[in-house]
Design a binder for this molecule. Structure first.
Ligand SMILES: NC(=O)c1ccc[n+]([C@@H]2O[C@H](COP(=O)([O-])OP(=O)(O)OC[C@H]3O[C@@H](n4cnc5c(N)ncnc54)[C@H](O)[C@@H]3O)[C@@H](O)[C@H]2O)c1
Length: 270
């Protein structure tokens, strides 16, 4: 199948072969898309993205997603490479210095909080602004950002990333209401199951969170590969009228109250 034949886009946030964005890049290319890859200069030195890009013949543009200048250059270079506007963008960027430095939510460092919000949420606004002002996306283009259910419900250990994801989802709706009427561009977030990646590793209790979510999800946790399959459909022409949505891709976790597995656990404990 070549679901994305003739489509072109930017994929951010592929650090290594565990990254959700890495899987999306692989899947999009397999479906016939051309992609421009980007990450921070430091991440490009760390994770092997250049080797992946060389193997697939994709350009790599270094960009810090908190910098409007870098994002402007990224969009300009992608347009130059593609010979004009393109079709899709993946925002797959998240980082919390509070999580990294083990600052608990009740004792946040507010300077770090500013950085968390800038990297993990405002970067999405800056990216959309850079695309919008350059008219860089074709009609019926698609922008997807990754989020987590801690934006809506309290998850111990997810810390200030929960606040960043809530802001990210709000930006999705607000910008979607502008980009839709202006250029028929759709903007959505995908709320993914906990997934074993580098970003996930920093979350306190991540292993338990993975196990809990897997037990609570009728279909089990969605993997990074599953997520890539789903995101490719959102870049395709089959989802043109889906916009401003937070789309759960979590094996059903978000709709569950009590599962048979939980009943069994509590029966054993009684
Ligand atoms: N892993 C999970 O459990 C999970 C669940 C739901 C949503 N998500 C989200 O998925 C997205 C991708 O994360 P992942 O799990 O694949 O981990 P990852 O660590 O592979 O990806 C995070 C990426 O963000 C990039 N990044 C950090 N700061 C940046 C900056 N200033 N500019 C540009 N890029 C920067 C990193 O270099 C890295 O490539 C994130 O938004 C994350 O919050 C992850």
């Amino acid at each position: 199948m070549e679901l994305l034949k003739g489509k072109k886009g930017i994929i951010t946030g592929a650090l290594n072969d565990k990254s959700i964005a890495w899987k999306v890049a692989e899947r999009a290319i397999a479906e016939g898309a051309e992609v421009v890859l980007t990450n921070t200069p430091l991440s490009l030195r760390m994770g092997g993205l250049q080797a992946f890009a060389d193997a697939h013949g994709c350009p790599v543009v270094a960009a810090d997603a908190t910098s409007l200048d870098d994002l402007g250059t990224l969009v300009d270079q992608a347009m130059e490479h593609f010979g004009g506007p393109f079709d899709f963008v993946l925002h797959s960027i998240g980082m919390s210095p509070n999580v990294r430095k083990n600052r608990p939510y009740e004792a946040l460092d507010y300077n770090y909080l500013g950085k968390t919000l800038d990297i993990s949420a405002l970067s999405f606004h800056k990216l959309l602004h850079s695309l919008y002002t350059r008219d860089a996306l074709r009609e019926w283009g698609s922008v997807v950002a990754l989020t987590y259910i801690a934006a809506e419900r309290a998850f111990v250990g997810y810390n200030d990333m929960a606040d960043a994801k809530a802001l990210l989802q709000s930006i999705t709706r607000s910008f979607g209401a502008i980009y839709g009427p202006a250029r028929h561009v759709r903007i959505n977030t995908v709320s993914q199951s906990p997934t074993a990646t580098t970003a996930g590793q920093g979350i306190a209790g991540m292993e338990q969170m993975l196990h809990y979510a897997d037990r609570m999800s009728p279909l089990g946790n969605a993997t990074a590969d599953d997520c890539a399959d789903y995101i490719v459909t959102l870049f395709s022409d089959y989802t043109r009228k889906v916009t401003m949505q937070n789309l759960y891709h979590d094996g059903g976790f978000s709709s569950v109250g009590l599962t048979a597995a939980q009943v069994a656990t509590f029966t054993e404990e009684k």
